[in-house]
Ligand binder design. Structure first.
Ligand code: ATP
Length: 330
């Protein structure tokens, strides 16, 4: 039996984890979940929101499914999500973005993937006050990190029958930092004659995405643009309740939804488990459980097509009713 780390998070985390574990079990796949707690409540007991045992568990099991975790604000702790990505060198943030059946959105046929660099840029967290009235944040872009993320994007395109990899920067203004990212893309791109290339500035990308997102295929970009653009693309397919994600490195991978812990709906049986479920489906593909992944995805799509939806998608199903229906459709 495969052991997988499960970080059940806080806010709506435990509810949606429960739903996803039930669905995977009902699909017939036995997983030994190594449940690891992290976040605000853990601080009270262990003095840190991300204890070493969590990292050790992922290092050992190589794969984790992660619900949203809240980092206590103002107590000097670094974001759990950022720390996890750094400690495990999960340098890719992968956010596929595709329309779901019967989820009405502004555009049809959206099918794009945001590949976000996950370890540097303004997220390096190097900030200081220069004087009482001036704050400075340092944007770090290295050739090594830029080349490896661009290589990942092209390899992903090849493996998944994608046709184009478009690089997103603001290299006209940040000539050195974004310029280096662009230069790295161009160098890596030479090795992939089969894949179409395209270069776009991030502001122009945002405008075009809201005009017609079907113009795009694989998008690769530095950390901060990736954060913002992937929330925009989540909005194109129905919002945070359905947007999946993955953090991938050479040794380990952590699959997690784009959304946060949604404390406003915690414990009310309202949360949509779809984003975590789709993240789990990608996780199953990653570990080679393709047929199980297909089966769960089909059951989810059938449930949505039957108009069983949670409140965030305009429906009236509770988390438990939605989960039960997906299980019946398996
Ligand atoms: P964080 O700072 O932790 O990223 P946030 O406040 O930016 O969190 P979320 O916690 O993701 O954002 O939630 C934003 C809103 O979207 C919430 O008010 C919540 O109602 C809704 N939401 C997010 N995820 C879900 C979900 N899975 N199901 C239903 N509603 C959700």
């Amino acid at each position: 039996m495969r052991t997988i780390t499960l970080i059940n998070g806080d806010g709506i985390g435990p509810e949606i984890c429960d739903a996803v574990m039930k669905i995977i079990k009902a699909s017939g796949l036995e997983i030994d979940w190594d449940i690891q707690t992290a976040g605000a409540e853990v601080v009270e007991v262990e003095g840190t929101p991300l204890p070493e045992r969590v990292i050790a568990s992922i290092r050992k099991n190589k794969v984790a499914l992660k619900a949203p975790v809240t980092t206590p604000i103002g107590k000097g702790f670094r974001s759990v999500n950022v720390q996890l990505r750094k400690d495990l060198d999960l340098y890719v943030n992968l956010r596929p973005c595709k329309n779901l059946p019967n989820v009405k959105t502004r555009f049809e046929n959206v099918d794009l993937v945001v590949v976000r660099e996950n370890t540097e840029d303004l997220y390096a967290g190097i900030e200081h006050m220069k004087d009482g009235d001036t704050a400075e944040s340092i944007k770090i872009i290295t050739r090594g990190a830029s080349e490896r993320i661009c290589k990942f994007a092209f390899d992903y395109a090849l493996k998944n029958n994608r046709h184009e990899v478009c690089v997103v920067t603001k290299a006209n203004i940040m000539k050195l930092s974004d310029g280096l990212f662009l230069e790295s893309y161009r160098k890596v791109a030479e090795n992939y004659p089969q894949i179409k290339k395209r270069e776009i500035l991030v502001d122009n990308l945002c405008m075009q995405l809201v005009q017609d997102p079907t113009r795009f295929d694989v998008l690769v970009m530095p950390n901060l643009y990736g954060d913002i653009v992937s929330d925009l693309t989540a909005g194109l397919i129905g919002g945070l309740g359905v947007a999946q994600g993955a953090n991938i490195g050479d040794d380990c991978a952590v699959f997690e939804p784009v959304h946060g812990s949604a404390p406003d709906i915690k414990g009310q049986n309202k949360a949509n488990p779809t984003a975590l479920l789709l993240s789990a489906v990608e996780m199953l593909r990653y570990i080679g459980e393709n047929s199980c992944a297909e089966k769960i995805e089909r059951a989810l799509f059938k449930t949505l097509s039957q108009n069983i939806k949670t409140a965030d998608l305009g429906g009236n199903a509770t988390t438990t009713e939605f989960t039960q229906k997906v299980i019946e459709n398996l």
